[in-house]
Design a protein around this ligand. Structure first.
Ligand SMILES: NC(=O)c1ccc[n+]([C@@H]2O[C@H](COP(=O)([O-])OP(=O)(O)OC[C@H]3O[C@@H](n4cnc5c(N)ncnc54)[C@H](OP(=O)(O)O)[C@@H]3O)[C@@H](O)[C@H]2O)c1
Length: 365
């Protein structure tokens, strides 16, 4: 892909300017969902981490589609569905048919009330210039929200812990969207095994995908395997370790995937950027990575990564050892009054903590 880099530091990576070379979307691998539907094995992320402009992201979506991408991961809370929709509208029937594209959108946390779900879905459909979504996901299992650009200590005073009865009311409204033909598949995001156990027990329509943080330093092996075992396709967000994530999601203990020695060594062996190693690993492991970039050189390298030059079994094994339990998107802004740790969001001891979180579990609940 016309790239060269020094291993001394990923900062010194230089990409030579090569003409834009589209990839035939027909050679991009696909995966099969539990219902039998096919979905591309890689997609383009569209969250600009509070600093990339909606118009730039929308332009990248257009270029990526011309380049061979067929899966676009959108969300109402990314604040750019209208701009992306304008690009879709300008391309449908000319550059691409609607039926060739797999578009995901997500229900934001302040729209969980059953009466709001259909309104939110219709708003995304209108903004995206679509008459159906391929998949609609519940973005977080909490009705707790934050403003764009939230700081680490910002909190929604109305935040609540996970309340299964409420989640099921939201889910029933999601199921209705499928009944009405507005949405082909429904799924979850930022879920855990205890919450998925409850959902699978009570759902009329089971989730077909779970969008979850997955990168070499955070492999979530148990949840990943649980999803595969239950017919839920893992969609891997922040597959490169989200180097430009918002400041609220950065802590001193975080690991950088693209600086890990094992990743750098494999990058040198294949003469590719360490980010591309992460994408190859993600695809070969079985999740669907949705890396973000507005730079054609980056997002086309990511698409090419899943089409050729696979990692060896030894390289895959070496990346397995990169696991550091390094969750980056901790979600601390969604903590509720009574919870003082983001660990409460993730059911880390296999149970769902109530109002007072793990710190005071047993004392107050
Ligand atoms: N469901 C959820 O709660 C949730 C949460 C977070 C993210 N997401 C989704 O997942 C998507 C991806 O996650 P993310 O944006 O957090 O992080 P990411 O994809 O891990 O990282 C994006 C960063 O990687 C760089 N990059 C991408 N490809 C590269 C390449 N080939 N070479 C060098 N650098 C490369 C980009 O920089 P350049 O632009 O410089 O290339 C960008 O800064 C989001 O956009 C969003 O759609 C979902």
């Amino acid at each position: 892909m016309g790239s060269s880099f020094s291993l001394k530091t990923t900062e010194r990576i230089t990409m030579t300017t090569s003409p834009f070379q589209p990839i035939d979307s027909g050679i991009v691998p696909r995966r099969q969902l539990a219902s039998g539907a096919l979905i591309p094995a890689i997609g383009l992320g569209t969250f600009g981490s509070d600093h990339v402009k909606p118009d730039d992201i929308a332009a990248a979506v257009g270029t990526a589609i011309r380049g061979g991408y067929r899966l676009i991961d959108c969300a109402a809370c990314y604040g750019n569905e209208a701009q992306i929709g304008a690009v879709f509208a300008s391309m449908f029937g000319r550059d691409i048919n609607r039926s060739e594209l797999f578009v995901i959108s997500k229900l934001w946390n302040d729209q969980h009330k059953p009466a709001d779900v259909a309104k939110a879905a219709r708003r995304s459909l209108r903004d995206l210039h679509l008459d159906y979504l391929n998949a609609y996901l519940v973005h977080w299992p909490f009705p707790n929200t934050h403003a764009p650009g939230a700081r680490p200590d910002d909190r929604d005073p109305n935040s609540r812990p996970y309340i299964h009865e409420e989640y099921m009311e939201t889910w029933a409204a999601m199921e209705k969207l499928v009944d009405e033909g507005l949405v082909c598949h429904i799924g979850t995001s930022n879920m855990t095994i205890p919450k998925l156990n409850l959902l699978l027990r009570d759902a009329r329509i089971a989730p077909e995908m779970n969008e979850m943080e997955l990168h070499p330093c955070f492999q979530q092996e148990e949840l990943f395997q649980y999803c595969l075992d239950h017919g839920i396709q893992p969609i891997g967000f922040s597959p490169i370790g989200s180097p430009d994530r918002p400041d609220r999601d950065k802590t001193p203990d975080d690991f950088s995937d693209i600086a890990m020695p094992e990743i750098l060594a494999i990058a040198q062996a294949h003469q590719i950027h360490p980010a591309v190693v992460c994408v190859k690993w993600a695809y070969q492991r079985g999740q669907i990575p949705i890396p973000f970039s507005v730079k054609p050189s980056s997002f086309m390298s990511n698409l090419a990564a899943v089409c050729a030059d696979p990692l060896t079994p030894e390289e895959m094994a070496s990346i397995r050892a990169v696991e550091r339990n390094s969750r980056l998107i901790k979600g601390q802004v969604f903590c509720w009054p009574g919870s003082d740790s983001w660990l409460d969001l993730w059911d880390v001891d296999g149970t769902i903590p109530g109002q007072f979180g793990y710190a005071t579990k047993g004392k107050n609940s």
